[in-house]
Design a protein around this ligand. Structure first.
Ligand code: FAD
Length: 567
């Protein structure tokens, strides 16, 4: 049993669990393993990264006809949605990581190199890598890997918007190491403030925790920190109880701007009740060792300084430098992420695929898609849509591309009907005469740089699964291009294009309350959603081992509270 769990043999595990639960009646099914292919026939697939996109690709790649080389500076997969819980010790860092070698399919020939790619040469089909493990001979070692297919899934950098002092003075919350560092720093702040001879003002400064960015990560971290401080730390440090302060700084008008208005309002009210200072319209312009300078957008741009003890920067993502170089090489220098078509193939080079946070599906293609939806509606309605019909079409579009909705919400336009009406300069129309050219003009107002799919684990993992399925059938389709999988109609690719299925999103708000926004604009906020959150995140774990560890950490926290030692 223990070997089956160790080897991550999910079928065997299921059988063993069923046997254990039912007390017998062992059943099993066989899985035919394709005969080994001659090595020379195998195509070489190089995968860069071991995050959500790459891991989901590797988990679903079943065809033994590939020789796969995975290159990543991390030899483990990290379950990022639980990183905020690691910052406060609600779950331990090791509970949310799984060694990638446990995840790879046994029947596919996979090699892993712990190294980072620093250059892609698409013309000669080579990637240049640098080992991240120091060897005693010559420090850092470089090597070159050839590929037939390259899969770029290297995620993104933290975006500091070149704000002075951020890199030197702020914590980020992107990697497991970041979360561990934050946990140690929070406890260090309490210990420093508790030392003798520290003035009251200095204690206040040290115990001021500033979080920059009111998106889901910043909000969840603020909520987790508030729980940690109030449920565990204040009991241990009663003398400095009244000096602790948490401030959440957001440049926009509201926190959680990408969520439904009901959730935004609930979160802001809850944070105010909890004593978390939410400062909206506050743009950070500089961070020094002890002070944060903000530009108050609501107060005519007044500059304010806020003393702080620890700052966490969580304002979004940027492009990794070697991806920028690659983009310049293939004529995508003006973009913010690698542009792909809807089959996830990078535009401007062949046999390179990009997925996850480092990629974006080309906006032109998305526009064509949106226009196609309208054309279909046009056919059904013979040229005129009522505003209601129009909103239904928009629902279809927003389900497929949630970022369109976000863009419209940010612009205080709740559907494209408003946008279109604005383009026509007529706000009172009850029905809309559908003119595709007019529509294109309206849509061209949408920022050409925007990412149409959100940068989430959900998108990355769906893209990984999709691409693995394409790779599993690649040869079959090449041999039989007119077969049933051929994508007819547009006729330019043998697979169906990638379609994102939005399954909803969570925003944990602390105090065992979570906001959930599920498809169909279904919103639920409170304790029941927190239990939904627990079940979804337990079920989404990549292995039974991490699932067991995470659930036991939650149980430990319920019984004994969080550990506040600074190791
Ligand atoms: P990543 O998962 O970041 O993986 C990138 C991989 O590339 C890593 O293995 C990295 O080591 C590797 N790499 C980096 N540089 C190189 C290089 N030079 N060469 C080779 N490999 C390289 N999303 C949700 O859907 N729900 C959530 O609740 C949620 N919560 C989040 C909470 C936090 C704190 C954070 C930071 C993110 C959260 N996300 C969430 C977003 C989600 O984690 C990302 O969208 C997702 O990780 C993107 O997957 P990816 O595979 O593109 O990149």
């Amino acid at each position: 049993l223990s070997r089956a769990f160790r080897d991550n043999q999910s079928h065997l595990k299921l059988v063993l669990l069923c046997t254990a639960v039912s007390g017998g009646g062992l059943w099993a099914y066989g899985e035919s393993v394709a005969p080994e292919e001659a090595v020379s026939e195998k195509k070489k697939v190089v995968v860069l990264g071991t995050g959500w996109a790459a891991t989901s690709f590797m988990k679903n790649l079943k065809n033994p006809k590939y020789e796969v080389q995975v290159v990543s500076p991390r030899n483990y997969f990290a379950f990022t949605p639980l990183l905020p819980s690691v910052t406060c010790g609600t779950v331990e860092a090791r509970s949310i990581v799984e060694p990638v070698r446990n995840i790879f399919k046994k029947k596919v020939d996979v090699q892993f190199s712990e190294a980072e790619c620093f250059k892609i040469d698409a013309e000669n089909r080579k990637v240049y890598c640098r080992s991240s493990v120091n060897n005693n001979l010559n420090g850092k070692e470089e090597f070159v890997v050839d590929y037939d297919y390259l899969i770029v899934a290297v995620g993104a950098n933290v975006n500091t918007f070149n704000t002075p002092g951020v890199t030197e003075n702020c914590h980020f919350l992107k990697e497991v190491e970041d979360a561990k560092k934050i946990r140690r720093t929070v406890i260090d702040c309490f210990e420093r403030a508790n030392l003798p001879d520290v003035s009251e003002d200095e204690k206040k400064r040290i115990l001021h925790f500033a979080i920059v960015g009111g998106g889901p990560t910043g909000v969840e971290f603020a909520a987790s920190l508030h729980d940690f401080v109030n449920e565990d730390l204040l009991r241990l440090y009663p003398g400095i109880k009244d000096l602790v302060k948490i401030t959440l700084l957001e440049a926009g008008d509201h926190i959680l701007g990408m969520f439904d208005k009901r959730i935004t309002t609930f979160a802001e009210d809850k944070f105010r009740r909890d004593g978390i200072d939410v400062k909206t319209g506050s743009m950070v312009v500089k961070v020094s060792e002890k002070e944060i300078s903000t530009k108050e957008l609501k107060n005519g741009g007044e500059i304010k300084t806020i003393p702080y003890g620890m700052a966490v920067w969580s304002t979004g993502i940027g492009t990794r430098p070697f991806i920028k170089d690659f983009m310049a090489q293939i004529g995508q220098a003006s973009r913010r992420a690698l542009a792909t078509d809807e089959w996830l193939r990078v535009e401007g080079c062949s046999n390179v695929y990009a997925l996850g946070d480092c990629a974006t599906i080309n906006q032109r293609k998305v526009m064509e898609d949106i226009v196609a939806i309208f054309k279909k509606a046009d056919k059904e309605s013979s040229g005129t849509l009522t505003v209601k019909q129009f909103q239904e079409v928009m629902k279809d579009i927003c389900e497929r591309y949630p970022q369109v909705e976000l863009y419209l919400k940010n612009k205080q336009m709740h559907n494209i009907a408003d946008l279109l009406k604005e383009a026509k300069g007529d706000d009172k129309k009850e029905s809309i005469e559908l003119n595709i050219e007019e529509l294109k003009t309206a849509l061209s107002k949408v920022d050409s740089q925007m990412k149409f799919l959100p940068a989430t684990a959900q998108v990355a993992s769906q893209q990984g699964t999709y691409l693995a399925k394409c790779f599993n059938r690649m040869e079959e389709c090449e041999k039989n291009p007119e077969g049933p999988l051929r994508f007819r109609g547009e006729g330019h690719h043998r697979f169906k294009p990638f379609r994102y299925k939005h399954l909803g999103q969570f925003a944990p708000l602390g105090g065992e309350q979570t906001a959930a926004q599920l498809p169909g604009d279904w919103v639920s906020i409170g304790h029941s959603s927190q239990w939904l959150w627990y079940s979804v995140y337990a079920s989404k774990q990549v292995s039974w081992r991490t699932r067991a560890l995470v659930v036991s950490d939650w149980t430990r926290r319920f019984i004994f509270g969080r550990d506040s030692s600074s190791i």
